[in-house]
Design a protein around this ligand. Structure first.
Ligand SMILES: Nc1nc2c(ncn2[C@@H]2O[C@H](COP(=O)(O)OP(=O)(O)O)[C@@H](O)[C@H]2O)c(=O)[nH]1
Ligand SMILES: [Mg+2]
Length: 221
């Protein structure tokens, strides 16, 4: 019985997610779902990239947080539209809340939307929110074993960002093991090594977004 209910929930979420994606496609908006553990650097990455991206695209952010407006306030400083979803305990965002959050934006004035999902490597991987790409972020201090421990996220993602590479020299993070495990979980996954501290990898990330957005628009014809 419980299994059936969960299945119905997932199906309803996927239906709504497809509606959200169709709607975004009509508006030619590319949406990225940024997923990681709490503290990996999602908000910091947005703080680093918004000033660059704002020069090329009309950008907005949907900020998912269990509680507080803290991250939304951090991003508000960059003068882009920010829509906050407080999940009040839920460990992920769902497509129905994304649909509501989109109402806060003038969608005829946007090219790109980032969703900062709730910090968690498990639940957000299971829920399609109508995004065009999931980006899995992992930071060096979390350890190199995460792709094998949380395979679904790395299978669902179009890109992995390995953040905080400035800390590599202070940890026993084994890059060889990390890449070997990632290859086992998803051999097609691209990886960008990045540091929000030194800015290494930021250009590659902006470039990836640019190319991926164009590819998504071209698919629409
Ligand atoms: N050393 C280092 N610290 C980072 C880097 N990126 C983020 N941080 C720090 O990690 C902490 C958590 O970052 P935050 O963006 O709030 O993580 P979030 O919970 O994923 O949004 C903050 O103290 C950041 O300054 C990085 O590349 N290197
Ligand atoms: Mg954050």
């Amino acid at each position: 019985m419980q299994i059936k209910i969960l299945q119905n929930l997932l199906e309803a979420n996927e239906e709504k997610a497809q509606e959200v994606r169709d709607f975004l496609n009509q508006k030619h908006i590319f949406m990225v779902n940024l997923i990681s553990s709490p503290g990996s650097g999602k908000t910091t990455l947005l703080e680093k990239t918004l000033p660059i991206l704002k020069q090329k695209f009309r950008v907005a952010v949907i900020e998912g947080d269990v509680e507080t407006e803290r991250d939304a306030k951090r991003l508000d400083l960059y003068q882009v539209p920010v829509s906050l979803i407080n999940t009040k305990g839920a460990c992920h965002l769902e497509s129905v809340s994304i649909e509501k959050a989109l109402l806060a934006f003038d969608l005829d004035q946007l090219d790109l939307i980032f969703v900062e999902n709730v910090g968690n490597l498990v639940c957000p991987a299971e829920f399609d929110i109508g995004e065009h790409a999931k980006v899995a972020m992992l930071s060096v201090p979390e350890g190199d074993d995460k792709p094998l421990k949380y395979p679904l996220l790395f299978q669902e993602a179009s890109l992995t960002i390995l953040n905080k590479i400035d800390l590599l020299k202070y940890t026993d993070f084994d890059k060889t093991r990390f890449y070997d495990d990632l290859e086992r979980v998803n051999p097609n996954l691209s990886v960008i090594e990045l540091s929000c501290k030194t800015n290494e990898g930021i250009d590659a990330w902006v470039d990836w977004l640019d190319k991926r957005r164009i590819a998504s628009l071209n698919r629409l014809g």
